[in-house]
Design a protein around this ligand. Structure first.
Ligand SMILES: Nc1nc2c(ncn2[C@@H]2O[C@H](COP(=O)(O)OP(=O)(O)OP(=O)(O)O)[C@@H](O)[C@H]2O)c(=O)[nH]1
Ligand SMILES: [Mg+2]
Length: 322
């Protein structure tokens, strides 16, 4: 049953976006129920938004790049929601990187909405609330960006929230490339070597990326990750980044892998949510990640919160808490 809040979200009422985000972060039991109902509805309707993860080393220029991308997208009449995952903060709202971005993009524009969310779980991973936040914004905006600082684990996690992962490379920094070569972090869909205004060093980093990762060969999914030079500061090369994002989304839709990718993300979300509630021990009690995956695969018609509630009951029964 559609909720009033869900309808207002789809109508892109800015007050509804803030209200929905507050609801999903509210820990009170009565609010948890309303939040689940809302997420069930958003999940069932499945927003058409383009979801983009932006990752990279601290200071690479992720926030500045998102800011430039927002301007380009606004010029193309697209609305944009942004989730900035703040790894240093335990509570959400008003985090530094968010505020810096808001200052530049102009708070008066109803077509842009930014929310900082804490990476709340104890291991420093993306919390279920972050995932839910992306779901909310994806129901109300054309494009959703998720900014995370690249520290290995967060790349893999954000990959499961989005359609496309952008890696912002710092000219002269080779560490991440070494990690990718070693298979320690996922290979992104689009590379942006930022700060092209620095000249030769940026160009060298571009060719190192292309050569070092063998990016000239398409991967198993038939997509060749482009390596683009840009200056977020000077707004150079930004239109090409936007084009690459839409091209990647188009590729996923054409090859039918869009669905599989989001399914992987939903599975990751389920496991995260269950671990937040019951710990890894609770998830193990019903057979671990494989059991969650099996349930997910055989109950495709169930909405996400429905699956969550069925598995929660199973875990509680297994742990003898009911
Ligand atoms: N020269 C130059 N500097 C840039 C460019 N883009 C960003 N910067 C600068 O790089 C610094 C870091 O930029 P941010 O956008 O905050 O980087 P970030 O990756 O979001 O940083 P964290 O969120 O702290 O990890 C700032 O001083 C920016 O002004 C660029 O294209 N050229
Ligand atoms: Mg930033």
């Amino acid at each position: 049953m559609p909720t009033e809040l869900g309808a207002r979200l789809r109508a892109r009422d800015p007050a509804a976006v803030a209200q929905a985000l507050n609801l999903i972060e509210d820990a009170r039991p009565a609010k948890r129920e309303a939040a689940s109902a809302l997420l069930a509805e958003l999940e069932a309707r499945g927003g058409e938004a383009l979801r983009v993860g932006v990752t990279g080393a601290p200071g690479a220029g992720k926030s500045t790049l998102i800011d430039a991308l927002v301007r380009e997208l606004r010029a193309r009449k697209k609305t944009v929601g942004i989730v900035a995952v703040d790894p240093s903060s335990q509570k959400s709202g008003g985090a530094l990187l968010g505020d810096r971005l808001r200052l530049r993009s102009g708070a008066a524009d109803d077509g842009v909405f930014l929310r900082s969310m804490a990476a709340r779980d104890r291991l420093g991973g993306l919390s279920a609330a972050t995932r839910a936040g992306v779901e909310v914004l994806a129901s109300a905006f054309d494009v959703v960006f998720v900014e995370t600082v690249g520290v290995g684990q967060s790349e893999a996690e954000v990959m499961h929230l989005v359609h496309s992962l952008v890696f912002v490379a710092q000219p002269g920094a080779g560490d991440s490339i070494q990690f990718m070569k070693a298979g320690l972090i996922e290979v992104p869909d689009v590379f942006v070597v930022n700060k092209s205004d620095l000249g030769a060093m940026a160009e060298r980093t571009c060719s190192e990326l292309q050569g070092g990762l063998g990016l000239n060969d398409a991967g198993a999914d038939g997509w060749t990750p482009p390596v683009l030079l840009a200056s977020a500061r000077d707004a150079k090369g930004i239109d090409a980044v936007v084009d690459a994002l839409y091209a990647h989304r188009h590729h996923l839709a054409e090859t039918g892998t869009l669905r599989a990718r989001l399914d992987r993300g939903r599975l990751a979300w389920l496991v995260t949510a269950l671990r937040e509630r019951y710990g890894s021990y609770g998830v193990e009690a019903i057979g671990g990640v494989e059991a969650v995956e099996a349930h997910f695969a055989t109950n495709r018609a169930q909405t996400f919160p429905e699956i969550l509630s069925v598995l929660s009951n199973e875990i509680e029964a297994a742990l003898g808490t009911t």
